[in-house]
Design a protein around this ligand. Structure first.
Ligand SMILES: O=C(O)CCC(=O)C(=O)O
Ligand SMILES: [Fe+2]
Length: 372
């Protein structure tokens, strides 16, 4: 039942405390589950109620589990199935669809260690320094986006290498995009002064990114010692993200009431994780929260032999139309809470973040041989 229904079993005991300097204590805040049942085919009162609860979750936590989201489970499992088959291909085959060196063309395959996710560090020397002594995030990824966008063309494998990947991914993105539009409408419904179709008007181009992620299995020691990380604490860049995760675990979200304390966001069957991105936080004059999150080694299992389980996840990042300028959202500023930010376009904002993440990583890798 919507906002009052909470993640009951928060498992936060398994964290690799030595990997990060954050405090690890019991969480005081949980991640709400928002039930979308009746959002479109229920009464206006039901839709308004969902909107209010969703808006509260976005304001207070920045993360929510969405239930009754409308994407059939078999479609999600089909995408995971392609992801497993993709990452199981030989490295040389995956590298026939390589991610280009420029960070603003975020498409194609990135091998293990190619990307170091950074949190608001734009200085290249600092980024290099962060990477020294660490091999980057211990993950590989394959990025895709809209087939019709004029910029950021997709970088596909030859279909023979993995027949159907392209068609399936394109169809899956259309399914995710429909959920994005429903979700943005729900958020606008909940925001007192924002018209219901407001966000949709800024997201007509579908400038989104579907990312297949694979975190390989590794000896638990390398995570415990800090030698490797799965994905460091970061916020997402754009408007919002939908995250599909397998049953491995390891995703953690910073508690909004206890900065520095991370709580587990375990997979909950039948739900998708939603989170607010930096762009929407800025747009909302910081009233919607883009919350820090990270992926650590999963909780040890009884049958574990010293190797952590591998993890697959699929984030779907949603961006606004690149050329539209955003002004602080109505209802999020007043005389007593002035506007914090100047107008900006989504293109300007996201490029700044992407370049910081990727280019320093490529510079470093040119100097090092990658070992697989
Ligand atoms: O793998 C995950 O569950 C998280 C991925 C993530 O946060 C990201 O790619 O931005
Ligand atoms: Fe993220």
């Amino acid at each position: 039942m919507a906002y009052s229904e909470r993640v009951s079993e928060l498992d936060f005991l398994h964290n690799t405390a030595s990997l990060h300097t954050f405090k690890m204590t019991k969480p005081t805040v949980e991640i709400p589950i928002i039930d979308f049942e009746g959002l479109e085919d229920g009464s206006p009162e039901i839709a308004a109620d969902i909107g209010r609860k969703f808006y509260a979750a976005c304001r207070e936590v920045g993360f929510a589990y969405i239930k009754n989201h409308g994407i059939p489970e078999r479609d999600i499992q089909g995408m995971f199935d392609y992801s497993r088959r993709f990452f199981a291909l030989p490295y040389d085959i995956k590298m026939t669809a390589p991610h280009p060196p420029a960070g603003d063309h975020h498409r194609g395959y990135s091998g293990v260690g190619m990307e170091q996710v950074s949190q608001m560090v734009f200085d290249e020397d600092k980024l290099e320094a962060m990477r020294n002594g660490k091999g980057g995030d211990f993950k590989e990824s394959y990025d895709m986006g809209s087939e019709t966008a004029t910029h950021n063309p997709n970088i596909w494998l030859e279909d023979d290498y993995l027949p159907g990947l392209r068609a399936y991914s394109v169809a899956f993105q259309a399914t995710c995009r429909a959920l994005q539009m429903r979700t943005l409408r729900a958020l606008a419904l909940g925001m007192p002064e924002v018209p219901e179709d407001f966000f949709e008007r800024y997201h007509t181009e579908g400038d989104n990114q579907l990312r297949l992620l694979h975190y390989p299995s590794a000896p638990r020691d390398v995570f415990d010692s800090g030698e490797k990380g799965r994905i460091g604490a970061h916020t997402d860049f754009s408007t919002c993200t939908f995250l599909f995760q397998d049953d491995c675990g390891g995703l953690q979200v910073e508690s909004p009431r206890s900065p520095g304390v991370f709580i587990a966001a375990p997979p909950i069957p039948g739900t998708i994780i939603f989170n607010i991105g930096d762009f929407l936080m800025r747009w909302s004059n910081d009233s919607l929260k883009s919350t820090l999150h990270r992926v650590v080694a999963p909780p040890p299992r009884e049958d574990e032999t010293g190797m952590t389980r591998e993890r697959y996840s699929i984030p779907y990042f949603c961006g606004a139309n690149k050329s539209l300028t955003i002004e602080t959202l109505p209802g999020t500023w007043s005389e007593s809470k002035p506007k914090e930010y100047a107008p900006i376009t989504a293109g300007e904002y996201v490029n700044m973040r992407l370049n910081a993440t990727y280019e320093a990583g490529v510079k470093k890798l040119k100097k090092e041989a990658l070992v697989y």
